[in-house]
Design a protein around this ligand. Sequence first.
Ligand code: MEV
Length: 451
Amino acid sequence: MKHQAVEGFSKLSKEGKIEWVVNEYLNGDDSAIKILKQYWNDDAELQKLHDEFSENTISNFYMPFGLAPNFLINNELYAIPMAVEESSVVAAASKAAKFWQTRGGFKTTILSTTKLGHVHFMYEGDKEKLKTAFDSTIKNQLIETTNDITKNMRARGGGILNLELIDKTADLDHYFQIKASFETMDSMGANFINSCLEQFAKTLKAAIETDTNFTDPEKDSVQIVMCILSNYTPDCIVRAEVSCPIEQLAEGNVTSAEFIEKFSRAVRIAEIEPYRATTHNKGIMNGIDAVVIATGNDFRAVEACAHTYAAKDGQYSSLTHCEVKDGIFRFWIDLPTALGTIGGLTALHPLVKLALGILGKPNAKELMGFVAVAGLAQNFGALRSLVTTGIQKGHMKMHLMNILNQLEATEEEKKYFVNYFKDKTVSHHNVIEEFCKVRGVKNVEEIKKEK
Ligand code: MEV
């Protein structure tokens, strides 16, 4: 069936929107109404708050909100809140936390906190003339005309750090940029940066129009293409690391030498092989995104930045690295990331406020540390499993619960199955087979019929 375009959808009530989607896309199946409404919150205020985070909202989309405890970070113990739907992520983080808790824990260091934005513009005139005007007058005017916008940020210790005219004409005819760097303290800074950039654009245009040195109306005019922050922040970097004497890495029947050889090789492969680096970094982002979401930050920005950084040397590579030096094993991540602990969702979303509370109300630098630690721990956990037992053993144990939930197993049955699969391989087939045995039926269809 072909669908009809809709006019004024955003103006329909929530009920109206639901009715429309049910009729237009779900063949009038009104069981969808029950599904959508069962996620509405009884607290009308809270529901309104969530509705207003976005547009055209018809329900809430839940994510599990979990805790990974026992993270020793800079000699303090933390429980890290994680919002993630993938099984094994929180378990792996917790396991890695426990491992490092007795081996000195995680250390974090802020390497830099500079954020960037650009006014992208076209100019066909004399480059030298533009450069001279920029350095002698325009730069100061850019600062002066944004004084109102930057006032509060300056009072908090931040503001505009630097302004540069960048000639990009070798890559694209007539293309220039104002490259602006900022310190945005505890806010992610997107609104602040974009407001400054839009004012820079106005100031630049007006400065050229009123400067009598720029007389050719065709060539000397500036055409603004766009003003926007860059989500690539290679100078806003946190380092998270773990280290211990090599002999402390021995576990069970794996010697420390064996472990280091296998682990280092896995990291090296991710450093030189983009196919593996992508999956390796995906595992790191499992931890990073979960904390970024739980703390109300923009995980798309964090993802975009991390992947650009991973490709900074011309080939996509690992975000983590390891070395053995003077008998010490060291494993670390340098993560560029722009996060905020004020503004945005951080003051609005009750669970975000709670997550930040659990972390001891961190400032943006501290939050950068927690996020990087979660990524590093996740990667350590994944690599340790991959190079020793393999990933499926742990994964399928977690997957067992998902299968049992799909089968609507009782709590007693769940207990039985966890115990039953303790020493057996979990597979979808094996679980279904045993489930049918326990229920005394031939196949899953019979269970469905029973209901
Ligand atoms: C799965 O979500 C993440 C892993 O694939 C990461 C990795 O391979 O390093 C296990």
